[in-house]
Design a protein around this ligand. Structure first.
Ligand code: NAD
Length: 517
């Protein structure tokens, strides 16, 4: 293994971090500065996806515990709002250093609970850390407009925090997604209730402890574990002003509609079906390696996974080469040396991927590489499937649905225009990439394609956090994006002040009733 066995890593995580459990105990909540065990009688088993050993039990927290968390967040708000921007920036600077220092611990927890490979788990932490790093620049990004609009009259803007906010996270990026929201919500002066995914809350518990060590006062970040009940409580509590959600279409649509009906700001990032166009003039090596990496990395459980390759013209002959590359990938526990793909999150996810992959046979497609039967000799109980490549198209389940597994769909078309038309007709609009050496082709694609995040010779075009997340169409509900300028707008409300300070008293003796002209 990568120097240490999974059980040694589990012991290490559990011994160092107060809220985590990895050896069969119970995951805590973090409320008002305390790691506390829930008093619930509803516990959710969290099995290691590579072995099925139950690592921890996650509480479906009680309504009283949820109440306590919201009260704590509400109580912490006034003082946190009054903490100077420099004071909040100082906390971010410390948090940044602490996360970097403890990256391996967070990554260990991710590989244990979520299954992705250890090097990939470090990438999960790093992408979240970059949001903290960007939040450290708040003293520049919060600078606002001001203008002298008339004699002795100024107009300027104050960006004020909203109050208590909430973040509901998915299983696939246990560190990155909580870190999309914790820094941006808190550095702007809000308090935050985090509800991690009940499938892998360990990384969030470690991050909560790091927030405390970074000097965040109690109540600024609370972590309440649970599933649907906690989500509904977040949507309904009038003290919570804004919700961010990342996850599936079904949950996201429910949260968006319930939250906005209750007068809250909501952003919901949903599912995806990201297409890569392969042009005949592409650099073949770069294109095929990029596509294989982005289709099968994290076993396809990334919202930015390239799950469809659109082979234009003669590039249909390159697919054999892609099959060879996919065959060369190693499927194993995320802690094994050289593992490229870990297990899927659950047996149900595995069954679903197998069924969707197989469905192409009944629907007129073809299986070009079949990973359905993959068995790991070392980890026979894991939720593994091998990489699959299937030929399919619109109207077929494997093409229409987000598979969220290591199955790459190939669609063959004749021209660039056909490829763009296909992608624009897809309901999702998260991301898309093109592989070409022709600038004019790339430019046409960038202009005409209707998705939010575009890669040119880049497989996973996730924008760095000084930009904003920009998925569109069916991949998002709500007006704002995560991080970047969008997040500043999401987490603040403007006050526009117009003030008149006359140098000497020139008050008229009569009131003026007309609008000034
Ligand atoms: P999920 O919707 O099952 O769970 C996400 C969160 O919602 C969890 O905290 C869960 O407890 C809660 N939840 C689940 N079902 C619910 C329900 N019926 N009512 C209320 N709350 C519910 O999603 P997941 O399986 O954890 O994550 C995978 C999905 O997330 C994929 O569709 C993926 O594309 C998407 N995702 C999108 C982005 C993006 O930025 N667009 C990023 C990462 C993941």
């Amino acid at each position: 293994s990568l120097g240490q066995t999974a059980s040694a890593r589990a012991k290490d995580v559990e011994s160092k971090w107060r809220g985590t459990k990895t050896l069969g105990g119970k995951t805590s909540n973090y409320v008002d500065g305390q790691f506390v065990e829930s008093k619930t009688n509803k516990w959710i088993d969290l099995p290691d996806p590579a072995t099925q050993t139950v690592l921890t039990q996650v509480p479906q927290s009680t309504s009283a515990e949820f109440e306590e968390a919201v009260s704590s967040s509400e109580k912490a708000f006034p003082a946190w709002r009054e903490t100077s921007l420099l004071g909040r920036q100082a906390v971010m600077l410390k948090l940044q250093a602490l996360i970097r220092h403890h990256m391996d611990d967070i990554a260990n927890s991710i590989t244990l609970e979520q299954g992705k490979t250890f090097p990939d788990a470090k990438g999960d932490v790093l992408r979240g850390l970059q949001v903290v790093e960007t939040a450290c620049g708040i003293t520049s990004t919060m600078m606002e407009e001001r203008m002298e609009v008339s004699k002795e009259m100024d107009t300027y803007v104050r960006k004020e925090p909203l109050g208590v906010t909430a973040s509901i996270a998915p299983f696939n990026f246990p560190a990155m997604i909580p870190l999309w929201t914790i820094p941006m919500a808190t550095v702007t002066g809000n308090t935050l209730i985090l509800k991690p995914s009940e499938r892998d809350p360990g990384a969030s518990m470690i991050i909560a402890e790091l927030c405390e060590r970074a000097g965040m006062p109690k109540g600024v970040v609370n972590v309440v574990n649970g599933a649907v009940d906690t989500v509904n409580a977040i949507c309904d509590d009038p003290r919570i002003k804004a919700i961010t959600f990342v996850g599936s279409d079904k949950a996201g649509s429910h949260i968006y509609h319930r939250g906005t009906a209750n007068g809250k700001r909501v952003i919901a990032n949903l599912g995806a079906k990201n297409h890569a166009i392969l042009m005949p003039d592409a650099n073949r090596e770069n294109a095929l390696n990029s596509i294989a990496g982005a289709a099968f990395g994290a076993a396809g459980q990334r919202c930015m996974a390239l799950s469809v390759v659109v082979a234009v013209g003669e590039t249909d002959k390159w697919i054999d080469d892609l099959v060879q590359r996919a065959k060369g990938l190693k499927v194993s526990s995320g802690f094994e040396e050289g593992a490229d793909l870990g297990p899927l999150i659950s047996p149900a996810a595995r069954e679903r991927v197998i069924a969707l992959t197989g469905s192409v046979e009944q629907e007129g497609g073809k299986i070009l590489l079949d990973g359905r039967e993959f068995k790991s000799a070392d980890f026979p109980n894991g939720n593994f499937v091998g990489p699959s490549i299937v030929e399919a198209g619109p109207g077929m389940q494997a093409y229409e649905q987000e598979i969220f597994g290591p199955t790459l769909v190939v669609v063959k078309v004749k021209t660039l225009e056909d490829a763009i038309e296909l992608i624009n007709a897809n309901k999702y609009g998260n991301g898309s990439a093109i592989f070409t050496t022709n600038g004019a082709t790339a430019r046409k694609f960038e202009k005409d394609i209707n998705v939010g995040q575009i890669g040119v010779n880049v497989p996973v075009p996730v924008p760095l956090p000084m930009f904003s997340w920009s998925g569109n169409k069916g991949s998002v509900l709500g007006e704002h994006g995560f991080y970047g300028r969008h997040a500043l707008s999401f987490y603040t409300q403007n006050k526009t002040i117009t003030s008149l300070w006359k140098s000497e008293d020139a008050t008229n003796s009569r009131a003026s009733v007309n609008m000034p002209t």
